[in-house]
Design a protein around this ligand. Structure first.
Ligand code: MN
Length: 232
């Protein structure tokens, strides 16, 4: 057994529907700005390259529960997203081959200190304070491809205290999962255990202590998160 000098970090992991196995999370990649309203009426040639950022794997909150309201923010936002989990990876993966690397899908929340994001964009600062803080990545139970197929046409819906705030089909993504995997693999060698938060549709907004967020997507396990008091 390896003798570490300090406590060894715990492996982040996700639960899997219809399985006793766990999915080990290596990296959390996130796609920014991946939906626009009325995208079908838009010219696809006008698309920008996807914005990619990361969260640390220990920001995962597995399967729901309570997360604290972070300090250093007065504008704590939800972003409901489809999450893709990879069983294999590679560098410079072809779009035609991209889906073969997908283990399964889940719903997840890209929790965001929106006030800091606006400040970071304005001043050209890094995004860790806005996107990569503790408890910023609640992710639901994974459903394997063999149980759900590929999730390319499914309604993603987020409610806060029962009121629907986000309601969009994932087929409205500007960059679909194949295109995301192909492009992301040109930036980084993808590996088994990587997950990708694929971006949020319209309707993001702030939550307060005591609010309950419920996120669903056709064919996938729901995720419920309640907002606790200030992080201590
Ligand atoms: Mn997001």
């Amino acid at each position: 057994m390896t003798d570490y000098a300090v406590a060894s970090p715990a492996q982040a992991r996700l639960t899997i529907k219809n399985s006793d196995q766990l999915f080990p999370v290596r990296r959390i990649y996130c796609v920014g700005k991946n939906y626009v309203a009325h995208v079908r009426e838009m010219n696809a040639d006008e698309r920008d390259e996807p914005v990619i950022f990361m969260k640390p794997s220990d920001a995962i909150v597995r399967g729901g529960g309570e997360i604290p309201y972070p300090v250093l923010s007065n504008d704590f936002h939800y972003e409901g997203e489809l999450v893709v989990a990879l069983k294999s990876g590679g560098y410079n993966i072809a779009e035609d081959d991209a889906q073969s690397h997908i283990f399964g899908y889940a719903v997840g929340l890209d929790m965001t200190r929106r006030d800091h994001q606006l400040n970071a964009i304005e001043k050209g600062l890094p995004w860790e304070i806005t996107k990569a803080f503790d408890h910023s990545a609640p992710v639901g139970t994974l459903t394997r491809v063999e149980d759900v197929g590929h999730v390319n046409d499914a309604v993603l819906r987020l409610s806060v205290n029962g009121d629907t705030r986000q309601d969009a089909n994932v087929n409205l993504m500007l960059w679909n999962t194949k295109e995301i995997i192909a492009r992301l693999s040109q930036q980084h060698r993808l590996m088994p255990g990587d997950i990708i938060m694929t971006g949020t549709p319209a309707g993001v907004g702030a939550v307060q202590t005591g609010d309950k967020i419920t996120l669903t997507c056709d064919g996938l396990e729901a995720l419920s998160i309640s907002i606790g008091g200030l992080a201590a």
